[in-house]
Unconditional design. Structure first.
Length: 322
C-alpha cells in the first residue's frame, strides 16, 4: 500500500510557504509601512491606529470580491487586472464614508497553486494597494482541489481605513438642491460579468481587452477633492448601477438625473440585449463609476479635479425633495 500524504491529495504546503516568503521579502516602500508593527508571515498583522490629529477616530471596514470576472482572467491567463479590481472594489467603497484607506488583506483560493500566476496577481495587488494608499498587511492562500476545477481561482479582499467622526460623509450631510456629479468609469469594472460572459461568448476574443480593463481607483481623486470643497456624500456605482445612489440620500430626498451617452462598450451591450436605458443603468455602471453629492456651488471644482486625475465628469442631476 502506497503512503498517502497531503501532497498526493493535491495540496503543496511547500509551494504555499514559498509564496508567503516571496511576498514577505517585497514589503518595503508600501504606504503606511511605518505603522505596520507585524505583517505578512505571522498569524495576524499588527497596525498602529493612533491618530492624535483626530478627536474621535472611527475604523472603516469593507470587503468585496470581483465576481465571475475571474473566469475571464483564468481563461486568458491574465490575473493582473483582477488584482486592481479587488483593491478598487474595496477602496472605492471605503472612501464613500469619507474614510482614508490604511491597510488591505486578500484571500486567494485555487484548485492547484500556480506560483507564477499567483505571483503575478500579488505583484499587481501590491501596486494597486500603493495606488489606493494602503499597505498589504496580510492575507490567505488556499489550495482546494476538488472545490475548484483546474485553472480556476477566486479572490476576496478586505480593507480597513479611518475617518474622524466629524469628517464622515453620508445622508446626514446631503441637502435638497445638492448636485449629483458623475465621474467616469474605466469600463465595466467588476459587476455584471455573469451576463457579460453570455453576451460576448461567441466573439469573446474580440472584446476581451475591453472586458478586462480594471476597475478605476478613485482614492487619490477623492482625497485631493476633499481638501478643497465640502463633499456631502459619495456613491460607488457597482452592481445595481444608479440604484446605489439612494443609499447615500436621506429618506425625505430623492435623486433626479438626466440620461447620458453611454460609452461604446455599453452601447454594444444594449444593442445585443435590447435592454432599455432604464434597465441598463439599473444593471451596469454604463460609464459612471462614482457619483459625488456636493453643493451646487462646488460643481465646477469637481469637474476640474476629475479632469486632473484623468476622469471625465459631468453634472448628471440634483437632489430633490420627495
Amino acid at each position: 500500500m502506497s503512503v498517502m500524504d497531503y501532497k498526493k491529495s493535491g495540496v503543496s504546503v511547500e509551494a504555499g510557504d514559498e509564496l508567503v516568503e516571496w511576498l514577505a521579502q517585497g514589503q518595503k516602500n508600501q504606504p503606511h509601512q511605518e505603522r505596520l508593527i507585524e505583517g505578512i508571515g505571522g498569524f495576524a498583522s499588527l497596525f498602529d491606529i493612533s491618530f492624535p490629529e483626530m478627536t474621535q477616530p472611527l475604523l472603516v471596514t469593507c470587503t468585496d470580491g470581483v465576481g465571475t470576472k475571474v473566469k475571464l482572467a483564468s481563461r486568458y491567463n491574465r490575473p493582473e487586472p483582477i488584482a486592481q479590481d479587488l483593491v478598487a472594489m474595496c477602496a472605492n467603497d471605503l472612501i464613500c464614508t469619507g474614510g482614508k484607506p490604511l491597510l488591505f488583506l486578500d484571500y486567494y483560493a485555487t484548485g492547484k497553486l500556480d506560483l507564477d500566476f499567483a505571483k503575478r496577481f500579488l505583484t499587481s495587488l501590491k501596486t494597486a494597494c500603493s495606488k489606493a494608499n494602503m499597505v498589504l498587511a496580510g492575507g490567505e492562500t488556499a489550495e482546494m482541489p476538488g472545490v475548484y476545477s483546474q485553472g480556476d481561482f477566486d479572490v476576496a479582499g478586505f480593507a480597513v481605513g479611518v475617518v474622524d467622526q466629524s469628517q464622515r460623509l453620508g445622508p446626514h450631510l446631503v441637502q435638497e438642491g445638492d448636485a449629483l456629479v458623475a465621474v467616469s468609469s474605466s469600463g465595466c469594472h467588476s459587476n455584471g460579468y455573469s451576463l457579460l460572459r453570455k453576451i460576448f461568448e461567441n466573439d469573446l476574443d474580440q472584446w476581451i481587452d475591453e472586458l478586462l480593463i480594471p476597475t478605476a481607483l478613485y482614492v487619490d481623486f477623492f482625497l485631493s477633492l476633499r481638501k478643497q470643497i465640502a463633499v456631502h456624500a459619495l456613491a460607488h456605482i457597482t452592481g445595481g448601477g444608479l440604484e446605489n445612489v439612494p443609499r447615500v440620500l436621506p429618506s425625505h430626498l430623492k435623486m433626479s438625473y438626466q440620461m447620458w451617452e453611454f460609452p461604446p462598450i455599453f452601447q454594444e451591450i444594449q444593442k445585443r440585449t435590447q435592454m432599455s436605458d432604464l434597465e441598463m443603468v439599473k444593471t451596469l455602471n454604463c460609464g459612471v463609476g462614482l457619483v459625488c453629492v456636493v453643493p451646487q456651488i462646488s460643481v465646477a471644482k469637481v469637474l476640474t479635479q476629475a479632469q486632473q486625475f484623468g476622469f471625465q465628469a459631468w453634472e448628471m442631476g440634483k437632489v430633490l425633495r420627495g
